[in-house]
Write a protein that binds this ligand. Structure first.
Ligand code: NAD
Length: 354
């Protein structure tokens, strides 16, 4: 066994079908009685239903959560927190809503209950990225880690098939990079392999039948494991590229992850053979990168960054930005190869190993 350091993160996780029933008990156990329910405008009705369920323990809803946690939205939410004398937040939704709960916790230390309804995994991480004047700043602090996470499989049934596929591949990306992280450790690697396996098995089933309860349960279980990987160890090339592409060209989060992942894995394939073997085993394929590309096809995800509206002329600029920001990766970052990687991802070609 190689030497390692393992840091357990302090989060309470409640998982199952119908676990929303336990919200009042969880809130009471936190000694809270003035909850503000957070959501996006799209999930307003669900937020209202949660407020109704909370009865006297809920004081209001705030349904303006948006992608990349804009500081202006957080400031509006902070006014509501003050006016209603809120003592905890309940974030119902994907990474955008959970990000808002984290932004409030960063400023107030208020306890958070997260109820994830996508597979993005933010609920399991002490990471927050906030956007101000077009710039996204990311930091890691335990202040933003939700105290309680309620995974209710039933709430994921409404996640549309297309979003389920890309959100699931976004989750897989966390586990893939955990397997070749510089600070990898055996516990997180076990979670990573099991997370990839659960999602790779369930996502194609969900693409055909979004109401399949067993597949939904497997996918959410996988998403939890993958989110825990993101929260525990450092990420490499793939996450840096997606950060660059999302931030500089305003590309959608989950779709960008889905398209770039097979190419980033192909780039690293020769430098991390043991990780690649584990990824391929979890996918049930011979090759990690080709298996991820085929999985993205099986769930009907967009194939190229061109399909997301990125211009061909931006390929070189994306490569320049990625190269101008040095970071650790199992394989040295080489200019021409990174340019070729982004060009292939832009076109939607099969990833090339080597
Ligand atoms: P999202 O939260 O933006 O959700 C996308 C849309 O889907 C929203 O309109 C939402 O209301 C809707 N939706 C969510 N669940 C639904 C459901 N079950 N049924 C119907 N509609 C539903 O998308 P996301 O991909 O979950 O999150 C992306 C954001 O999260 C990005 O800003 C990303 O940077 C952030 N993120 C942060 C971390 C972290 O650790 N800090 C990790 C992953 C993602």
């Amino acid at each position: 066994m190689n030497p390692f350091v393992y840091n357990g993160l302090p989060a309470r996780v409640v998982f199952g079908h119908g676990t929303l029933e336990q919200l009042v008990d969880e809130l009471t156990a936190l000694n809270c009685s003035r909850a503000l329910v957070l959501a996006t405008p799209h999930q307003r009705d669900q937020a209202q239903a949660i407020l109704d369920r909370l009865g006297d323990l809920g004081v209001g809803i705030f349904c303006e959560a948006a992608m990349h946690t804009p500081v202006e939205v957080t400031e509006q939410a902070m006014k509501v927190v003050g006016e209603l004398d809120v003592d905890c937040t309940v974030a119902l939704g994907g990474g955008s809503t959970i990000g808002l709960g984290k932004a409030i916790a960063l400023r107030t230390d208020l306890p958070q209950i997260a109820i994830p309804t996508t597979y993005a995994g933010s609920e399991m991480t002490p990471i927050i990225g906030e956007t101000e004047k077009g710039l996204k700043k990311t930091q890691r602090t335990l202040k933003v880690l939700p105290e309680v996470v309620i995974y209710d499989v039933d709430l994921t049934l409404t996640l549309p098939a297309a979003m389920s596929g890309t959100s699931g591949l976004n989750a897989i990306a966390h586990a893939v990079e955990a397997l070749y992280a510089r600070d990898q450790n055996p516990v997180v690697s076990l979670m990573a392999e099991a997370g990839i396996e659960a999602l790779a098995r369930s996502l194609p089933v969900i693409a055909r039948n979004p109401a399949d309860a067993q597949a939904r349960s497997d996918a959410l279980y996988g998403a939890w494991l993958c989110g825990a990987c993101l929260g525990s160890v450092g990420m490499s090339l793939h996450h840096k590229l997606c950060h660059t592409l999302g931030g500089s060209f305003d590309l959608p989060h989950a779709e960008t992850h889905t398209i770039v992942l097979p190419h980033a894995v192909a780039y690293n394939e020769s430098a991390a053979p043991e990780a690649m073997q584990r990824i391929a085993r979890a996918l049930g394929t011979q090759s990690a990168s080709q298996g991820l590309f085929d999985l993205a096809r099986a769930v009907g995800a967009p194939q190229g960054l061109c399909d997301l509206g990125m211009k061909e002329a931006d390929v070189s600029r994306a490569a320049e930005i990625a190269l101008g920001n040095p970071y650790w990766n199992p394989r040295t970052i080489e200019g021409p190869a990174i340019h070729d990687l982004i060009r292939r991802a832009w076109k939607g070609e099969r990833p090339r190993v080597g």
